[in-house]
Design a protein around this ligand. Structure first.
Ligand SMILES: [Zn+2]
Length: 49
């Protein structure tokens, strides 16, 4: 039940991280605070699509 997805920076829209999750435990779109190398700071990354 694991799905792969891409985490995208909400400020510059660059796709910085590959992630996987369990669809049962996280059925919704994930929002994670991660370091963005483009923004050079920690930003909110959202699950793509
Ligand atoms: Zn960014």
């Amino acid at each position: 039940m694991r799905v792969q997805f891409t985490l995208r920076c909400t400020e510059c829209n660059s796709e910085n991280y590959q992630h996987s999750k369990n669809k049962k435990t996280h059925p919704d779109r994930m929002e994670v605070k991660k370091y963005c190398p483009v923004c050079k700071k920690t930003t909110v990354h959202k699950e793509k699509k």
